[in-house]
Design a protein around this ligand. Structure first.
Ligand SMILES: [Cu+2]
Length: 218
């Protein structure tokens, strides 16, 4: 009897090692995690799932190459789905660092803290689902790893008509706090410029004279 209990206890404590853990709305393994995966629970204001939308979103350094001052972003940053749609997100991380697809503003009674998240610790991909409510609204998508949002990893998902565009989305909306590099020219700047032009003109006139006088000697 004692050995059977010990065996059962052993099975109980080791079983999570052999499978991806799923607790408290979180599915995780050694590659990453999905938080608040919801393929079937309907929001209160939806009678049924209106459509299935499969989106593939890639995140990485290379997508920000053409954006000065930015470092990471998603390959597409603007999405639109119909109210009560089930969104099946395949998030692909193309970098060897941690990135997330995190969406905010979902109903708190279904999604703790109103969030759905896919996180990948390095290169790889994961697929998870969430069902959006019926109201027209623009949801905020970003990567929460320190400085990644500021460095370009930000997007939006419009449900129905949405509720306007969010700020600071690369290629879509103006930054809230633009990078400015003001140049404060004073009177001295202009004086220095005029002085340089005069010296330059003087040298241009003087230098050819120096060369020709040397070469013209018999
Ligand atoms: Cu990131």
């Amino acid at each position: 009897m004692k050995s059977i209990s010990l065996f059962l206890f052993f099975c109980f404590i080791t079983s999570p090692v052999f499978a991806a853990m799923n607790h408290g709305g979180m599915i995780m393994d050694e590659k990453g995690m999905i938080m608040n995966h919801n393929p079937d629970k309907l929001p209160k204001d939806c009678k049924e799932i209106s459509e299935d939308v499969n989106i593939t979103i890639r995140g990485g350094h290379k997508f920000a190459k053409d954006s000065p001052g930015k470092m990471f972003t998603y390959d597409k940053r603007d999405w639109q789905v119909s109210p009560c749609a089930r969104v099946n997100v395949t998030f692909i991380n193309e970098d060897d660092i941690r990135h997330q697809f995190m969406i905010h503003g979902l109903p708190g009674y279904m999604y703790p803290k109103g969030m759905f998240t896919i996180e990948l610790y390095g290169k790889g991909q994961k697929t998870g689902s969430f069902i959006v409510p019926s109201r027209d609204y623009t949801y905020y998508i970003h990567c929460e790893v320190s400085q990644h949002t500021e460095k370009g990893m930000k997007g939006q998902l419009k449900v129905g008509k949405g509720s306007g565009d969010l700020d600071s989305i690369l290629g879509l909306s103006a930054p809230l706090t633009p990078d400015l590099y003001p140049i404060n020219n004073t009177h001295y700047t202009w004086l220095a410029l005029i002085f340089s032009i005069i010296i330059g003109a003087f040298l241009i006139r003087l230098l050819p004279g120096l060369f020709t006088s040397k070469h013209s000697e018999p």
